[in-house]
Design a binder for this molecule. Structure first.
Ligand code: E4P
Length: 215
């Protein structure tokens, strides 16, 4: 299972790398705006830190605009994956970029049928959103489970499933149990995976016992 870091903050990405959880980096326009840098600058800085894919999202909505942005992004680094929203125009652009050897990820996927069509476009990654579905009282993990089942049924669909909008440790654990290829989450969520009150209590007791016999 691969862990991508959902961030445009280079310090955070560096820390994730030190923890072994920076197999790739996903960004979106919101994260780039928060970083205070431009997308190209972020991609260049991140490519100096990690070896895996770096997702850069287009803002154009029409096929030609998406293609223009995608070809430009691909010049920045061969690690770039062009992230494209799940629309008809987006799928057409993804198909062309992939045919030219540029990897794409179809994002903002909220239904299994969107995932199916995204995979048919030849996109390297299909990106279902978990937390944003939970936010509107739908089951985000159920979506991921259905996408995984479809891809198991049809091995000729070669896209990797990248679960995004991952908000807490149980999202990651459930994705792992389903056999999801990749999750992307903020560093804070990954850090929660290691937390357990019995671990803290165990450390405290060991240190107290050690103190008693220490010479
Ligand atoms: C990453 O690819 C997505 O844009 C991101 O995971 C969205 O997360 P959010 O729903 O918490 O903003």
């Amino acid at each position: 299972m691969k862990f991508f870091i959902d961030s445009a903050d280079v310090n955070e990405i560096r820390e994730a790398k030190d923890l072994g959880i920076a197999d790739g980096v996903t960004t979106n326009p919101t994260l780039i705006a928060k970083s205070g840098k431009d997308l190209k600058e972020v991609v260049e800085q991140v490519s100096a830190e990690i070896d895996g894919p770096i997702f850069a999202e287009v803002i154009s909505l029409d096929e030609q605009g998406i293609l223009k942005e995608g070809y430009e992004m691909a010049k920045w680094s061969d690690q770039v994956v062009v992230k494209i929203p799940a629309t008809i125009e987006g799928l057409k652009a993804a198909r062309k970029l992939e045919a030219d050897g540029i990897r794409t990820g179809i994002t903002l996927i909220f239904s299994p049928s969107q995932a199916l069509l995204a995979a048919k476009s030849g996109a390297s990654y299909v990106i279902p959103f978990v937390g944003r579905l939970d936010d509107v009282s739908s089951d985000g993990l159920e979506l991921v489970s259905q996408v995984v089942d479809i891809f198991v049924n049809y091995p000729e669909l070669e896209s990797e499933v990248l679960a995004a909008s991952v908000r807490h440790p149980m999202h990651i654990l459930d994705c792992a149990l389903m056999g999801v290829d990749i999750v992307t989450a903020p560093l804070s969520v990954y850090k929660q995976l290691i937390k357990h009150p019995l671990t803290d209590a165990g450390i405290e007791r060991f240190l107290k016992d050690w103190e008693k016999v220490k010479k």
